[in-house]
Design a binder for this molecule. Structure first.
Ligand code: CNA
Length: 346
């Protein structure tokens, strides 16, 4: 990664200077801001068709209710997955980014990179759409991994891509090819209960070098990414583009909070920068370049996948209730026999 020298004018806010989108854009245009560090979350990809986790009713957690999981996050918890990987695979097809196209928000990051302004992107997303939009891979840390490879969760053996695609398409759990192992295969996304890539600690320091931090589409509820905006040096502008206010945004005078959709936010930002036409053209070409992955064509929607697995779980519950009733009646017969037996007096 190219690192820039410290000899440029500082993008610090002066006490008497109002910081807003216009002033940030003019500092970019006059070269005061040259190192933009970005943190993205699920909200940058909802327009591409992947629901986020926590938005009420549209988010995945609310929509998982029919599965009666012990808690919604269980579906992405390594300890739950280790014994019950079925719900994860039942919805995997609908969450796989195979046929999704990058949004204009992803493309805005690619444009920052083209203009040599992108210092680094931390993404909590696992969909890889930043790369599809054209952001150079050496500028991205997939803090929570991605779908591009997979391993057995237990013995860590690799697993072929074609078998993985087949399993995802069919909603079946792929198991380790080593017969003595039998662990479920997991895409290399970081589940709750697993460690982040070692690279995270090293890359985190890049936030200190930022002269603008842009945070988009995240509730800032998942550590350790949630702490990144607080690491930005005091006096350095931070822009939040999100449906809701989150983290400590709004506590610093240099904060610019743009509440609304990421796509609207980046369009406004591009307008201020005079980049709008360029951005729209770059987005069009990013969408065209990303072909469709035939393996995922015509798949079921998320709600269809959830309804299917919920009915299968209902069937399994009926079977286990049947077993329970059988055991209860067996035990009560046994008890009746014991009670009927005369008590020995010796
Ligand atoms: P989250 O906790 O679900 O928060 C999403 C945030 O984005 C919320 O504050 C929403 O209000 C906001 N939001 C939703 N849609 C938009 C929009 N169009 N424009 C602006 N804001 C919007 O998700 P986080 O990313 O904060 O949490 C981190 C989790 C989510 C990571 O572990 C990810 O792996 C995981 N995740 C990733 C994806 C993906 O890869 N696309 C999808 C869903 C969840």
């Amino acid at each position: 990664m190219t690192s820039k020298t410290d000899t440029k004018p500082q993008a610090m806010a002066h006490a008497d200077e109002v910081v807003n989108l216009e002033t940030v854009a003019s500092r970019i245009k006059n070269g005061q801001i040259t190192r933009v560090v970005v943190l993205t979350g699920a909200g940058i990809s909802t327009a591409a068709g992947i629901p986020d986790f926590r938005s009420p009713s549209t988010g995945l957690y609310d929509r998982l209710a029919p599965l009666n999981l012990p808690y919604p996050e269980a579906i992405f918890h390594i300890s739950y997955f280790s014994h019950t990987p079925e719900p994860f695979y039942a919805i995997a097809q609908a969450r796989h980014p195979g046929n999704l196209k990058p949004t204009i928000s992803h493309t805005f990051l690619a444009l920052l990179a083209e203009k040599n302004l992108l210092h680094f992107v931390f993404t909590q997303n696992i969909d890889g759409l930043e790369q599809d939009a054209g952001v150079p891979v050496d500028k991205i840390l997939w803090a929570h991994g991605n779908w591009k490879s997979q391993h057995c969760w237990k013995c860590k053996a690799g697993y072929p891509d074609d078998l993985m695609k087949k399993a995802i398409r069919e909603g079946e759990v792929p198991y380790c090819l080593k017969p003595e192992c039998g662990g479920a295969v997991k895409p290399d996304v970081v589940f709750f209960g697993q460690s982040l890539p070692l690279e995270f600690d090293e890359r985190e320091k890049l936030v200190l070098e930022a002269d603008l931090m842009l945070v988009m589409g995240t509730s800032l509820k998942v550590a350790p990414c949630s702490r990144l905006p607080r690491l930005v040096k005091e006096g350095t502008p931070r822009i939040l583009i999100n449906m809701e206010r989150c983290g400590d945004f709004g506590n610093r005078i240099e904060d610019v909070c743009m509440l609304g959709s990421c796509d609207d936010g980046v369009r406004k930002f591009a307008d201020e920068l005079g980049w709008r036409e360029e951005l729209e053209a770059l987005w069009q070409s990013a969408v065209e370049v990303k072909g469709d992955d035939q393996a995922f064509e015509g798949g079921s929607s998320l709600d269809e996948c959830i309804a299917k697995v919920a009915s299968q779980m209902d069937e399994r519950m009926k079977i286990s209730y049947g077993h329970k009733r059988m055991l209860e009646s067996h035990l009560s017969n046994k008890l009746a026999q014991i009670m009927a037996k005369p008590v020995s007096q010796d």
